[in-house]
Design a protein around this ligand. Structure first.
Ligand code: URA
Length: 499
């Protein structure tokens, strides 16, 4: 019996060297015992909380793993295909105690069956492929469910506790280094800790759950958002549990709400279905009817905001009116210095007949309050005035308006701009930016500054509030939210609305 001691649970290189030598010596799989001798080689533990440090092992930064090379085996000129090396690299991360032996058995068999790993029906291959899939899923879940918490403010440092299904911490880490390059963070797991200082990733030994960072102040905020965007009519509990398995709930601030939201979903969905839409105000409908009857709605440029509101109800410039409850034109101060342009009314706006009154409106209102911009001194509208959606059962799923629909609706937006004559226009999101600038203009590269429009108006491009609601990662969301508030403040300042 041969006993092979590898340096760690994920010591792929050690396995590779040992396997090559054993194969060269002709040692059959059933005579080998694979073990891991962590104590001899393991790096020092994570230390207090997030720092890690000491003589921890350095990873290859955020570089992807090198392309697999053939695995040469001395004697008899035996090499294995790169696809096997790739498979082995992944299978080693599986928690199964059988993984090293399974891989060696495959390596052993490859000499006589060079096409072995192309045969998915072979039990060894099938088992290895299943492990590979499980590892890949574990990496994906880690990317999706790690939630950083602010643990130090001067300078800022973040930490997250996570318990991956397999030993994927090091494999998953480069993703976070690329995504949060400018942040200092540590991810603690029972297997290993990885720390990023802005330049290098350092790996140290696994941590104790007691080292997990405590909940921070942002999380209550996040739960409030989650509860407000949770649409009971869209609940697919099975899918939700599949995508967000219970084992991860402990680390997700929003997860605490899930049981309660699921419990009350049916009731809330029924209430939503029963909700009657608020029709456009009488005043608007009467004006629309008058215009239709006396032919004054003949496509002439509207000369008042009331005419815009009435015209929007009659608008047939594109087909979106067919499925919408009503047209939703802008609302606010008739001569506001600051105009906000969103994308299109959402489900709740379509029912209420007013822009930004649903979940996105809630985020918008909170950010306005933080920026010190009073909404009632602004004018709020959308690039497209009818709710574009597709029915899915009882639900109405938002669909992004296409270029033709945005172009058709610019008639109304341009009319609102001419009538309100704002000093500053804020475009919320890409659709609005396109409508306001007259061409596709990326938000990322243009936010945070005052742009000049041909009519001397200034434009500020920023995120759409729904984008902030959709960002899955707490740290990224907080950063984007702060930038959003900054942009609103800039617009408020340019418009002379801040005290
Ligand atoms: N999203 C928008 O772009 N506008 C609204 O009015 C509501 C949601």
């Amino acid at each position: 019996m041969r006993v092979v001691r590898l340096a760690s649970e994920i010591d792929f290189d050690g396995w590779r060297v040992a396997a090559r030598d054993l194969r060269t010596e002709g040692i059959p799989p059933e005579t080998i015992v694979w073990t891991v001798e962590r104590d001899l080689f393991s790096p020092p533990p994570c230390g207090e909380g997030a720092g890690g440090g000491g003589a921890s092992a350095e990873m290859a930064g955020s570089e992807p793993s090198p392309p697999p090379q053939p695995l040469p085996v001395r004697g008899r000129g035996f090499t294995v295909p790169p696809a096997f090396v790739e498979l082995a690299r992944s299978v080693v991360l599986h928690r199964s105690g059988e993984r090293f032996a399974l891989l060696y058995r495959l390596l052993w068999r490859l000499e006589r069956e060079p096409r072995l790993i192309d045969n998915p029906a072979d039990p060894d291959v099938a088992k290895a492929r299943d492990m590979e899939k499980a590892v890949s899923r574990a990496i994906h879940k880690m990317h999706a469910f790690v939630r950083f918490r602010l643990i130090e403010t001067e300078p800022e440092a973040y930490a997250a506790w996570f318990e991956p299904a397999h030993r994927v911490t090091e494999a998953a880490a480069p993703f976070f280094a690329r995504r949060f390059t400018t942040m200092t963070w540590t991810i603690l797991t029972p297997d290993a800790c990885v720390a990023w200082d802005g330049q290098t990733l350092k790996v140290s030994d696994g941590a104790d759950p007691a080292d997990a960072p405590a909940e921070d102040a942002q999380e209550e905020l996040w739960r409030t958002y989650y509860a407000s965007i949770f649409n009971p009519a869209r609940l697919n509990e099975k899918m939700m549990r599949q995508e967000m398995p219970k084992r991860y709930w402990r680390n997700l601030p929003e997860a605490r709400l899930i049981p309660q939201l699921i419990e009350t979903a049916q009731e809330r969905a029924a209430a939503m279905v029963a909700a009657t839409p608020s029709p456009a105000p009488d005043r608007v409908l009467k004006a629309a009817l008058r215009q239709a009857r006396d032919g004054s709605y003949n496509g002439d440029v509207p000369t008042s905001l009331e005419a815009v509101a009435a015209g929007v109800q009659l608008c047939r410039r594109c087909d979106l009116w067919r499925d919408a409850t009503q047209g939703v034109s802008g609302q606010g101060a008739a001569h506001a210095r600051l105009m906000f342009v969103g994308e299109q009314p959402g489900d709740q706006e379509d029912l209420a007949g007013r822009p930004f009154v649903g979940p996105a409106g809630q985020v918008f209102d909170e950010a306005l309050a933080q920026a010190g911009v009073p909404r009632d001194r602004t004018y709020v509208t959308n690039a497209v005035k009818h709710f574009k959606h597709e029915p899915r059962g009882k639900r109405r799923i938002h669909k992004t308006p296409d270029r033709g629909e945005v172009q058709a609706c610019r008639w109304w937006l341009d009319a609102e701009r001419r009538l309100v004559r704002p000093r500053v226009i804020v475009a919320l999101g890409a659709t609005a930016a396109h409508a306001v600038m007259g061409k596709a203009t990326p938000i990322g590269a243009n936010r945070g500054k005052a742009l000049q429009l041909p009519d001397q108006t200034r434009a500020v491009l920023t995120y759409h509030p729904s984008f902030l609601l959709r960002l899955p990662d707490a740290a990224a969301r907080e950063r984007a939210r702060a930038e959003f508030v900054e942009d609103l403040r800039l617009a408020g300042e340019l418009a002379g609305l801040l005290d």
